[in-house]
Design a protein around this ligand. Structure first.
Ligand code: ADP
Ligand code: SF4
Length: 689
């Protein structure tokens, strides 16, 4: 195995990050704390999950936690894949994770939860429970059963039993969870839900009674050897209707201050806690959580997408937190702590804050990460996030195109020790990321380029040639026999996309644009119709760009929601709010029927009813077409044995998200000189029948 160059001695300015921190009866070996985070694997893929968590412990995270773990079958979150501790049979899969974490000397934490009206119980088929009869989340046409006193007693028993099972599985830190507006214990706290007139409703003291009981009973059950942590949302960013850090969020911490062994505090809901870089920058939670340390002597964990060790040290020194919590920075770089320890700051693969990782949970599919293509592949493909198999031949390889796919491919091939030439027609590397990171709110996405450029510069066996457009003759004349084509994609101009399969009448008119035009600096003026048949971020950022340019913007989409797919990255509402705030007119469920000079005709996606509107220009955001002409030109050369190997990757193979391009480049590098396996190219977790 080859690995990146290490290492210096411990770096003084960061020494504080490596101090042990006692948490109740256990001691965290350092201040790097992977807070609970979902991953789309959960109880369904326990071996994958254990290897993923183990990777973080290996990389130096002193505490590594689970995702939310269901304590009972009446909190069945199906189809989401969360952790499960319904009964004793769920202990062995979780023990796998504990062992993987302990193996590297880190502490393992578990977040126990009952999700009340957030658990529709689709698999368990028992009525969901809540503090009152109410509709379940996600517009599910199911209501909960109001819990009576015996239900509350049962819930407390389930939580205690789950804590005992967690202890048996070997966990060191056991959470009582009240954040993200997800757990029942939090629902009881909230005035907007709690209308009870018994001792669990009314005053704040009554509303936190259940949570207090859960903490006390967890301590009683396992507190001799396990730390009992609390995860609390101290502010929900909804004013007096919810918890606020000056109001009840503050008061709850004051009332329970010394009860838990650790306070893990954040803001709610999940879209606020896991805000993307498009909307919030590193450390964005500090102003809400910084009061907590003044009310308790117990260690405090906070999050805020910290990727810079300087910001981490600063947050500790300023008394904001004792342990630096992270979900996404630990996903993008499981080895972040070790890199700080070894003084290899430039090697940190910084999270770009895109929330593609979150989409795994939302879409009930295993986690992936834009920056870290090994995320989720630790077990099934045996991929390590830092090390990679050394080269198997002396093959020289040319990678054509330095977008995210080409850069990652050249970097990983170089790390394997191959002699690599990376050629790029533009004077600057980065492809679509270089262009898109200049769009409103997306500047942090440049980290995809910056990290790879830094790593490439260290690899003496990789030569990078910007400003080098290649055609098939030039490639064949170069004498390099292994070619990887990563030439990207471009937006279609003919209107063909998800909602239209034939070219759009009027698409050839001069006032019709694509995102490529705008990113090349050719912007329309006046009133502009954006037709967004892409449904992710690009429609929204194009709208912002045009508003900032002085245009009057209307955004039409065939979907029921603006930027519909951004629900998976928790951004949809924020995007819509931002566009509304900027005066963008939004029209949903509209397809584009035709364009004429000065007009566009829209058709309702369901009824087909047409409306004709005046516009000075139209921006078509539809399908993209792979730039695969070069690949097609080179294919005969393989048959003629002029080339030894040829592969197309990234958007040139199939246009997709940046994460997919990075993964595709990484996969091609891993598979160089490897035999093509018949059948599924990764291990699968089968249940024995
Ligand atoms: P991906 O997302 O798959 O990496 P991008 O579109 O981001 O795709 O990047 C493709 C890169 O390939 C762009 O930077 C583009 O300039 C470059 N490119 C395209 N065709 C050629 C070519 N014939 N020779 C060299 N570079 C090319
Ligand atoms: Fe960060 Fe994006 Fe990776 Fe998530 S997917 S860890 S937000 S880079």
């Amino acid at each position: 195995m080859s690995h990146p160059q290490t290492s210096h001695a411990a770096h003084d300015p960061y020494e504080i990050l490596f101090q042990p921190v006692p948490i109740g009866p256990v001691v965290a070996p350092n201040r790097f704390y992977q807070v609970p985070h979902c991953n789309g694997m959960g109880h369904r893929l326990p071996a994958s999950l254990a290897a993923m968590r183990g990777m973080k412990a290996e990389g130096g995270w002193g505490v590594v936690c689970t995702e939310e773990v269901e304590i009972h079958h009446s909190t069945d979150l199906y189809p989401y894949a969360e952790g499960r501790l319904w009964d004793d049979r769920d202990i062995p899969p979780l023990r796998l994770m504990v062992e993987a974490v302990h193996h590297h000397g880190s502490l393992a934490g578990i977040e126990l939860t009952h999700s009340g009206h957030h658990a529709p119980n689709l698999y368990a088929k028992v009525p969901p429970l809540s503090l009152r009869s109410m509709g379940t989340a996600h517009y599910m046409p199911v209501q909960t059963r109001r819990m009576d006193k015996s239900d509350i007693r049962a819930l407390r028993r389930w939580h205690r039993d789950a804590a005992l099972r967690a202890k048996e599985a070997g966990f060191d830190i056991i959470y009582c969870y009240a954040a993200h507006d997800l757990p029942l214990a939090m629902h009881f706290m909230l005035k907007r839900y709690n209308d009870r007139t018994d001792e669990y409703g009314g005053t704040l003291e009554n509303r936190i009674r259940l949570f207090r009981e859960l903490i006390e009973e967890t301590k009683d059950a396992v507190g001799d050897s396990c730390a009992v942590a609390v995860r609390l949302a101290v502010d929900e960013l909804m004013g007096e209707d919810g918890l606020t850090h000056q109001g009840e969020g503050h008061d709850i911490v004051a009332m329970l201050a010394e009860l838990p062994d650790l306070w893990d505090v954040n803001i709610s809901g999940w879209s606020n806690d896991s805000a993307t870089s498009r909307f919030d920058k590193e450390g964005y939670q500090e102003s809400y959580i910084s009061f907590v340390k003044s009310l308790t002597s117990k260690p405090v964990v906070g999050v805020g997408r910290y990727t810079s060790p300087d910001s981490m040290v600063s947050a500790i020194r300023r008394g904001v937190m004792d342990l630096v919590g992270a979900a996404r920075p630990s996903i993008a770089d499981p080895f972040l702590p070790n890199k700080v320890k070894e003084g290899r700051l430039e090697d940190i693969r910084e999270c770009i804050g895109c929330n593609i990782c979150v989409s795994g949970d939302i879409l009930a599919s295993p986690i992936r990460c834009t920056q870290n293509p090994a995320m989720g592949e630790e077990w099934r493909r045996s991929w390590h996030s830092e090390y990679i198999a050394v080269k198997k031949s002396d093959a020289e390889i040319m990678v054509v195109g330095a977008g995210p796919a080409g850069m990652e491919c050249a970097r990983a091939l170089g790390q394997r020790g191959y002699s690599v030439v990376l050629v790029e027609e533009k004077s600057e590397l980065g492809g679509r990321v270089a262009r898109e990171s200049l769009l409103p709110g997306l500047s942090e996405w440049r980290r995809v380029i910056d990290w790879r450029q830094g790593q490439l510069a260290k690899l003496k066996n990789v030569s990078v040639y910007p400003g080098s457009p290649m055609d098939s003759d030039a490639i064949l004349e170069s004498g390099v026999k292994n070619i990887i084509v990563a030439t990207g994609a471009h937006y279609r101009r003919d209107g063909v996309g998800r909602s239209r399969h034939h070219s759009l009448p009027g698409h050839e008119l001069a006032h019709v644009f694509t995102p490529d035009d705008l990113m090349a600096g050719r912007l329309p003026t006046g009133s502009v119709l954006i037709f967004d048949d892409d449904h992710y971020y690009i429609g929204g950022v194009m709208a912002e760009l045009l508003v900032d340019h002085g245009c009057q913007v209307t955004l039409a989409t065939p979907a029921p929601l603006v930027s519909q797919w951004a629900t998976a990255t928790l951004e949809q509402e924020r995007i819509q709010r931002k566009l509304m705030g900027k005066g963008v007119a939004l029209i949903m469920q509209q397809e584009l029927a035709s364009i004429e000079v000065g007009y566009a005709t829209l058709a309702h996606a369901v009824s087909g009813e047409q409306t004709r509107r005046t516009f000075d220009a139209v921006l078509l955001i539809t399908d993209r077409l792979p730039n695969d002409a070069l690949y097609q030109m080179l294919r005969p050369a393989v048959e003629q044995q002029l080339l030894a190997s040829l592969r197309v990757i990234g958007d040139a193979e199939a246009p997709g998200i940046i994460a997919q391009a990075v993964f595709s480049g990484h996969l091609a590098a891993r598979e160089m000189d490897e035999p093509i396996v018949a059948g599924t190219p990764f291990r699968m977790e089968y249940v024995e029948i």
